[in-house]
Design a protein around this ligand. Structure first.
Ligand code: IPE
Ligand code: IPE
Ligand code: MG
Length: 238
């Protein structure tokens, strides 16, 4: 935050957006489809939304795809999500890379199937020089696990208590370069954070929409950005 942003500024355009992509299961149930079909339609919505974000001049988009708690779902659902990420890396993300999207994954890597983990890091390497849009896919991500990991690193490195600062913690998060979201959107009518970017969203504006994630797209993203532009951010100042 710069000094000029500090005092009751109109926020203007959101440059950094995060989305909790929720509602795939209800979308599928409402149509008599399997939950896997719901997630598949959710992947289509992600592609649409990334393209809309490019058009709307968003610089950074972080999306919550699979939480540390989502492992508690039935094994066949978890498997369908792993397969879908694999397919998305193979088919969708290379197309988005051609449009200038740099993709990075945020979260634990140690519980993901080996072949998927390799594809994730290959895509990260291949898109590293793209600058049009930064796409962060939070996968096996949980903020509490992220913060525990950061604390573990501080201790491991023998950082002295007096040197523990906000910057020292930030630097040890999964992706220190991930900008704090200006705006966090959650779809599907739920009004909670569900362990997403707790540290990074300390001063984010929150927008909740009843739209189920598979129905989300350009119009909904535009509406959320317009809502954001009407907010007044204070960051604790007058
Ligand atoms: C979000 O949709 C996707 C993941 C959490 C992986 P849900 O699957 O949570 O959809 P609902 O909440 O059951 O409708
Ligand atoms: C949050 O959605 C996680 C993702 C969107 C990946 P959930 O559906 O898991 O959250 P809860 O259980 O409703 O809080
Ligand atoms: Mg849900």
């Amino acid at each position: 935050m710069t000094a000029s942003q500090a005092v009751g500024d109109e926020p203007g355009a959101a440059r950094s957006v995060a989305i909790i992509m929720d509602g795939n299961g209800r979308w599928a149930a409402g149509r008599g489809l399997s939950v896997a079909e719901g997630h598949r339609e959710g992947a289509r919505a992600l592609r649409r939304t990334v393209e809309a974000a490019i058009d709307l001049d968003v610089e950074s988009l972080a999306v919550y795809a699979f939480s540390t708690e989502n492992w508690a779902r039935p094994p066949d659902e978890v498997e369908s999500i792993m397969e879908l990420l694999d397919e998305t890396i193979e088919r969708e993300l290379p197309d988005l890379a051609k449009q200038g999207v740099r993709t990075r994954f945020v979260g634990r890597r140690d519980r993901i199937p080996d072949s998927l983990r390799e594809k994730m890091s290959t895509l990260e390497t291949e898109t590293a020089s793209n600058t049009r849009l930064l796409l962060w896919i939070a996968f096996d991500y949980g903020s509490r696990a992220e913060l525990v990991e950061a604390v573990r690193r501080l201790v491991d490195e023998g950082v002295r208590p007096q040197d523990v600062s906000e910057a020292a913690v930030s630097e040890r998060l999964y992706a220190p370069e991930l900008p704090d979201p200006d705006l966090v959107i959650r779809t599907s009518g739920e009004q909670r954070i569900s362990n997403f970017l707790l540290w990074q969203s300390a001063y984010s504006e929150l927008v909740f929409t009843d739209t189920l994630w598979p129905d989300f797209g350009e119009a909904e993203l535009r509406a959320a950005l317009e809502e954001y532009a009407r907010r007044q951010r204070r960051f604790g100042a007058r």
